[in-house]
Write a protein that binds this ligand. Structure first.
Ligand SMILES: [Zn+2]
Length: 161
């Protein structure tokens, strides 16, 4: 599955339904760009969940099984995507949102996760990691926070204790 429908990825124009998703911020411009390229690489058979622009680079979240094909032989597809968007891309795979969070935070351990209720009635997810693990993280906390919030469609707070 792609964030936009296959026809939109192929024709490079958005149908009313994909256009609405973009307007409602369920998907981003980055999702659209990456979807068009990955559609071409896989001739319609490859998918990904989300492309998140974290500032310094873009994280593409996909099913583990698709990672090799998305990267392409010798990294060819990855290079093409990076050239096209002008940013570095990290491709990360997991089969569920929970697994994705663990992949992003590993090798650091999650001490606890909890839900917090905000003053406006919204829900926020709090993830606590051990302070001794911070140096082991693959990316900075701000980037992790942004990806996880995007993935869960909720505000996320990462606490180091
Ligand atoms: Zn569409």
């Amino acid at each position: 599955m792609l964030p936009i429908c296959n026809i939109c990825a192929k024709t490079r124009t958005l149908c009313a339904s994909c256009e609405t998703k973009l307007k409602n911020e369920e998907i981003s411009e980055m999702d659209v760009k990456i979807a068009q390229m990955i559609y071409d690489f896989g001739k319609g058979d490859l998918g990904f969940e989300k492309a998140v622009d974290v500032g310094d680079f873009v994280v593409v979240l996909s099913q583990k099984a698709d990672i090799g094909k998305i990267i392409g032989p010798g990294g060819e597809n990855l290079r093409k995507m990076e050239e096209s968007i002008g940013m570095h891309i990290k491709i990360m795979g997991a089969s569920s949102a929970e697994e994705m969070i663990h992949t992003l935070i590993s090798p650091a351990n999650i001490v606890s996760t909890s839900r917090l209720y905000k003053a406006d009635g919204g829900i926020m997810k709090k993830i606590t990691i051990n302070k001794n693990d911070v140096d082991k993280l693959k990316m900075d906390l701000h980037s992790i926070k942004k990806i996880v919030s995007n993935l869960l469609h909720t505000d996320v707070e990462i606490v180091v204790e």
